[in-house]
Design a protein around this ligand. Structure first.
Ligand SMILES: Nc1nc2c(ncn2[C@@H]2O[C@H](COP(=O)(O)OP(=O)(O)OP(=O)(O)O)[C@@H](O)[C@H]2O)c(=O)[nH]1
Ligand SMILES: [Mg+2]
Length: 454
């Protein structure tokens, strides 16, 4: 609602929200008389303060000039008002975006220590979900000066060092190790077999210098022929000896290049370790820094989409959440882009994608698209909330499709095609749930819904 003066009289003007096809101006003067003018029509409907309706000819000689200028002025005011709203919407979006976006510029340092041949390199491959053919330790190694140290630079920000102990990292004393030692996010000690007194010092050093630490008992297959209690006992001994609550028994066999091609990998216990490391990284806003180096990315993409759709689902039940929803969409687009490309998508580029979907959805005007499904005030209808959810899910699933197939986000044709397809799917799923109560939206199982798309 915007106010303006015309011929010394104050008017309020609004444009009806569903007016993309046909503009409907509603003008109210200070006496409460309302004039509804449909675009292109020569007549208007007048409603006085007693609710009496009357048709008004806008073209009569006597009033034509008056109405023409009044309508012209009203249009100008409406346009300016909507431009102001769009401007402040984007400004607010920028603020919220900066508050919520993950900082992909951070560094991530991981160190894996352990005796020679304890399986450090194998564990790194297993953690990064590698096959023997795409094993990382063989391909990406930059050998250090000493043979004890392997420095793996996964990218400019992510470093992985594999070494007998932190002492060897210090001894290296290069620019990269000095930087590394200042901030180690994750420290992993790999042990094998029965308790070995030499490891305590290495472990204490690790614990003191890393933000999080994990102890891994590798080669658990060595205990396969024993009673299960044997492995339990060894784990307990290690826990007692190192004074830790948790040890991860794993097997990471099969990365030797000398193995015949048909020898399968034997990987066990690594999922739990990976999840705990990822939980820690998530708490630091660094999960995607590592996830992008995983050879399988689908589960990470799914988590990003489920997270965004869930957030939208919860917020969609509240009025005035267009800003939150749009920010959520933009952030999720940036996360998917980083996961697949390792590059940071600017906020502007992510925002520029939204009209691609807007054109396929409710409104052709991007701002209306943002605000249409969630009105700024008043009661939110279930239909609006479902629209918000299905648009968000379909939008992110189609971006995931394009990125995971190696195509570019500039491929609008593919994005639009997939968006329509996914949107239909989500709408069917939601329709089948026959939701009637807006408060139920937040408790939907969005993982199930996204599972069907990604
Ligand atoms: N049985 C068994 N062997 C394993 C396991 N993990 C690794 N190995 C084998 O142990 C040997 C050493 O593994 P690596 O991963 O190279 O160990 P490392 O600690 O990186 O060794 P260095 O770099 O030489 O210090 C290889 O022959 C692996 O195949 C496991 O869980 N079980
Ligand atoms: Mg090694």
């Amino acid at each position: 609602m915007a106010k303006f003066f015309y011929k010394d009289r104050q008017y309020e003007v609004s444009v009806s929200p569903e007016s993309n096809e046909q503009e409907i101006l509603i003008l109210t003067n200070s006496d409460g008389v309302e004039l509804t003018i449909r675009e292109g029509e020569k007549k208007a409907v007048k409603r006085d303060s007693q609710d009496n309706l009357e048709e008004v000819d806008l073209q009569t000689a006597q009033y034509k000039n008056f109405y023409d200028s009044l309508i012209q002025e009203a249009r100008k005011v409406v346009k300016k008002d909507s431009q102001d709203k769009v401007k402040s919407f984007f400004k607010a979006l920028e603020v919220q975006y900066e508050e919520r976006v993950q900082d992909f510029h951070q560094t991530l340092n991981i160190v894996v220590i352990g005796n020679v041949s304890s399986g450090k390199s194998s564990l790194i491959n297993a953690l990064l979900r590698r096959t023997r053919q795409n094993a990382l330790m063989k391909v990406g190694v930059q050998a250090g000066v000493t043979t004890k140290l392997n420095i793996l630079r996964l990218d400019e920000k992510v470093r992985l060092i594999d070494s007998p102990g932190l002492g060897d990292v210090r001894a290296e004393n290069s620019e990269i190790t000095q930087e590394f030692l200042k901030s180690i996010d994750v420290g992993i000690l790999v042990v094998t077999g029965a308790v070995d007194a030499s490891q305590k010092e290495y472990f204490n050093d690790l614990k003191e210098n890393c933000k999080s630490f994990f102890v891994v008992l590798n080669k658990r297959d060595e205990w396969d022929r024993y009673h299960p209690q044997a492995l339990e006992n060894v784990m307990n001994q290690w826990k007692e000896y190192l004074k830790i609550d948790k040890i991860y028994p794993v097997c990471t066999f099969g990365y030797d290049s000398q193995l015949s091609d048909n020898t399968p990998l034997d990987i066990r216990g690594v999922i739990q370790l990976r999840e705990d490391i990822e939980d820690f990284l998530e708490s630091q806003g660094k999960k995607l820094l590592l996830a992008r180096h995983m050879s399988k990315k689908r589960s990470y993409a799914k988590k990003i989409v489920v997270g965004a759709v869930t957030a939208v689902g919860i917020q969609a039940a509240l009025p005035g959440k267009a800003l939150f929803i749009t920010t959520t969409q933009v952030i999720a687009i940036g996360s998917l882009y980083y996961l697949y490309t390792g590059q940071i998508l600017s906020k502007g580029s992510a925002l520029a994608l939204l009209p691609v979907f807007a054109g396929q959805a409710v409104a052709t005007n991007v701002f209306l698209f943002f605000t249409s499904f969630i009105p700024p005030t008043g009661i939110v209808e279930i239909a609006a909330a479902i629209t918000a959810i299905s648009i968000t899910a379909a939008m992110l699933a189609s971006i995931n499709f394009v990125l995971s197939s190696g195509a570019e986000l500039t491929d609008e044709k593919m994005l639009k095609l997939k968006f329509r397809e996914y949107r239909e799917q989500v709408q069917i799923i939601l329709k089948n749930l026959a939701l009637t109560d807006i408060t139920k939206i937040g408790s939907l199982n969005f993982t199930d819904i996204v599972d069907k798309l990604i």
